[in-house]
Write a protein that binds this ligand. Structure first.
Ligand SMILES: O=C(O)C(=O)C[C@]1(C(=O)O)C=C[C@@H](O)C=C1
Length: 367
């Protein structure tokens, strides 16, 4: 009988490695077969004009949800999803890599969101502003764009919402990214830091930490954290707040991190495209609703969703740019615009609203 606390027998390292080598060989063979079948899927879709026509976010979401459902450890869902994302990304890139525009420069959290959603087998296009991301996708220079829309600590990124007032682009995905901030500098001592560069959102996310550890340092707002990291390269007494990937890109060291005040600090990004995709089975619909200036207008717009059993995840009002004190409402509802309940609700909303725009129906973010 083994004793309760008997140490586990130590496995023989050489034998364990033989096992791993055998499994690696099987994995490689399976990946080869998968890549072959992904090519057959490409052929089955017929001769399409460009890589963007092969991309199927609803199918990718279904594949990844199955990965999560099957997972019984030891690796967690996020890690497994990342691995399978990369495999699908590589399979798709056999046609041609997708071109993805994002709020640059290199090393931003937006770039991390791009890799989280599309994998690394893509061609990333770092762009100077959120507006430019919209423009490049509209012009067809990028297949998709990725822009931040809200942060769990700081709230909505209003410049992104406002772009939808005039843009024809569709939302075809969402990405949730845990955002960890670091204090980066070229020298290695916290006590030498007299200036800190960061995007205003990042300053707000790290307010308590800065108050405690760098109360006297000058806080200089910049257009992006990566821009701050670039500036911090020039002096020993300067630092920047940015994600750890900016440290590698700009040759800086992390003096402290993570330094965000809330450990669950998360940013949600939207994936912008030019067309709508079919349901994946667990979707969200984003609407832009202009309401009539009459009593109970907002109530009448929201009631049909409740009546048809659809939950509202978010509502946000913005000046509608259609007249003084006229408002547009950004509303997120669980479900897909092609599903019956949502169709019926939207027909009823149409009767009361001045205008309803379906900005997109897309798979709910996975792991
Ligand atoms: O199933 C498809 O439509 C494919 O093109 C294959 C595949 C995959 O590798 O699983 C690749 C790219 C698509 O975005 C979705 C899935």
């Amino acid at each position: 009988m083994p004793q309760a606390n008997a140490p586990e027998a130590r496995p023989d390292l050489a034998q364990v490695r033989v096992q791993i080598d055998g499994i690696d060989q099987q994995i490689q063979d399976l990946i080869r077969q998968r890549a072959h079948w992904a090519q057959q899927v490409g052929k089955a879709k017929g001769k399409l004009a460009a890589a963007v026509d092969y991309y199927r976010p609803e199918r990718e979401a279904q594949v990844l949800r199955r990965v999560v459902d099957r997972n019984d450890g030891p690796l967690n869902d996020e890690v497994l999803v990342r691995l399978f994302r990369e495999i699908m990304s590589a399979c798709l890139a056999q046609q041609e890599p997708l071109k993805i525009g994002f709020l640059g420069p290199e090393g931003t959290h937006s770039q991390q969101a791009v890799y989280k959603h599309f994998g690394h087998s893509i061609h990333g296009l770092p762009l100077a502003s959120i507006e430019e991301v919209f423009q490049e996708v509209e012009a067809g220079h990028a297949d998709f764009g990725v822009v931040p829309v809200e942060n769990s600590t700081q709230g909505t990124i209003q410049s992104t919402l406002d772009m939808f007032l005039t843009s024809k682009l569709k939302i075809c995905g969402e990405v949730e990214l845990r955002v960890h901030q670091h204090l980066l500098s070229r020298a290695g001592r916290l006590e030498d830091i007299e200036r800190v560069y960061a995007h205003p959102q990042s300053f707000a996310q790290c307010k308590a930490w800065l108050r405690q550890y760098l109360p006297k340092a000058e806080k200089i707002p910049v257009s992006s954290n990566a821009d701050g990291a670039k500036r911090a390269r020039n002096a020993d007494d300067a630092a920047a707040i940015a994600g750890i990937s900016a440290a590698t890109v700009y040759g800086l060291k992390s003096l402290a991190g993570p330094i965000e005040d809330r450990p669950d600090n998360t940013t949600r990004f939207l994936v912008l495209g030019r067309e709508l995709f079919p349901p994946s089975g667990n979707d969200r619909t984003s609407l832009l609703v202009f309401i009539k200036d009459q009593p109970g207008a907002l109530y009448h717009v929201l009631a049909p969703f409740a009546k048809h059993g659809l939950s509202m995840n978010r509502i946000e009002s913005r000046p509608g740019h259609t007249g003084l004190w006229q408002y547009a409402f950004f509303i997120d509802i669980t479900g897909h615009a092609q599903e019956d309940a949502m169709r019926r609700a939207l027909d009823e909303v149409d009767e009361f609203a001045q205008e309803v725009k379906v900005l997109g129906s897309y798979p709910v973010a996975i792991a």
